[in-house]
Design a protein around this ligand. Structure first.
Ligand code: SF4
Length: 344
């Protein structure tokens, strides 16, 4: 099995290949063969020290992607490699090591904080479970982490309900750091917080990243939030990763009509800077019965005949910038492609 040191700077820390996750649907008293297609053929990589943002509406499959990588649910197909190890075939000791090196921060920090346990115990819990350190060493580590996220020693004796939402999220971050992980999956960590608290948490995550050489998979529905923290962004729609690019490139040249829609929904930074809002028809279709061809075709303002029948493939338009859309295939509609590109 490769060691940590065998991972070079140019190899991804995490590589996800063709990840697919379907859930069987229960109907009445029996399990029907119908499936919720939550994640479909998703591939991306995260490098050391990098933040990869995964963005999309509710039901786009971004959280299921994170949970499947974390081994909280089994994949239906596809592979994931962490430090060159096949994540989905890890067992016993290797799986335990993986769980130490990859941690998760939840939207609701209460998910990782037992309401009946004092904060000091909750932050120490991962070290207790993994048999790390003596009681004195664990206490020392908890004090160090809690101080780093802005708390005093007396806070360790308090219970979760005695803290605000933002404070609980900071405690959740301290707990995620307890085992010195390499990768943290942040699942909508600021979505439930006020805007002013959101920026505090984002700034804290950025500081901790350089201090502890962390990599993040940062999941959010708000593209403007992801922009503040991500080096690269993947845009998900109905289980598909429809576009991915370095953050600045995605904001300067959004290619997929769905990305353009998400960008148009971000308020302009100044009242004089007008941004044309794109309005989509209808709601996101059910993942129980996704549309054939391009999954976005039922709402896309640029839909063509080919879109209703043929699923677009990933095309790399510029270095690191890929898109799944027939507008960017030469054989589809060259004129339309050129006019859209000029429009950007
Ligand atoms: Fe729109 Fe067609 Fe592109 Fe899908 S493939 S996003 S329907 S233009």
């Amino acid at each position: 099995m490769p060691s940590v040191t065998s991972v070079t700077k140019h190899e991804p820390l995490l590589e996800v290949k063709h990840l697919t996750k379907y859930f069987a649907v229960k109907s009445g008293s029996s399990w029907r063969k119908q499936q919720v297609k939550a994640v479909e053929d998703v591939s991306f990589a995260i490098y050391e020290g990098e933040t990869y943002g995964l963005v999309g509406e509710s039901g786009s499959g971004k959280s299921t992607t994170g949970r499947t990588i974390m081994r909280l649910t089994d994949p239906s197909a596809g592979e994931a490699f962490f430090q060159n190890q096949d994540v989905f075939s890890l067992r016993s000791k290797e799986l335990q090591n993986f769980r130490r090196e990859v941690q998760m921060i939840f939207q609701d920090p209460n998910s990782s904080l037992d309401p009946k346990k004092r904060i000091g115990y909750s932050v120490a819990e991962p070290m207790i479970i993994h048999g790390q350190g003596t009681k004195a060493k664990r206490k020392e580590r908890v004090l160090e982490l809690m101080s780093r996220v802005g708390f005093s020693p007396h806070h360790l004796e308090r219970f979760p309900h005695e803290f605000s939402g933002g404070q609980r999220q900071r405690i959740g971050i301290a707990k995620a750091l307890a085992l010195n992980p390499k990768l943290i999956v942040c699942d909508e960590p600021v979505s439930a917080l006020d805007v002013s608290i959101q920026s505090q948490i984002l700034n804290l995550l950025v500081e901790l990243q350089s201090e502890f050489q962390l990599s993040y998979l940062f999941i959010a529905h708000d593209l403007s939030v992801v922009r503040h923290i991500a080096d690269r962004i993947g845009v998900m729609y109905l289980g598909h990763l429809v576009e991915q690019a370095p953050t600045d490139e995605l904001f300067a040249h959004p290619l997929h009509p769905y990305t353009q829609f998400l960008l148009s929904a971000i308020p302009a930074p100044h009242p004089k800077l007008k941004r044309e809002r794109i309005i989509l028809q209808g709601d996101i279709p059910s993942p129980l019965n996704p549309p054939p061809g391009c999954v976005f075709h039922t709402r896309c303002p640029f839909v063509m005949d080919v879109c209703r029948q043929v699923k677009p493939v990933n095309r790399e338009i510029s270095t690191g910038h890929t898109v799944q859309c027939h507008l960017y295939e030469e054989s589809a509609s060259e004129d339309l492609t050129i006019s859209r590109r000029k429009g950007d």
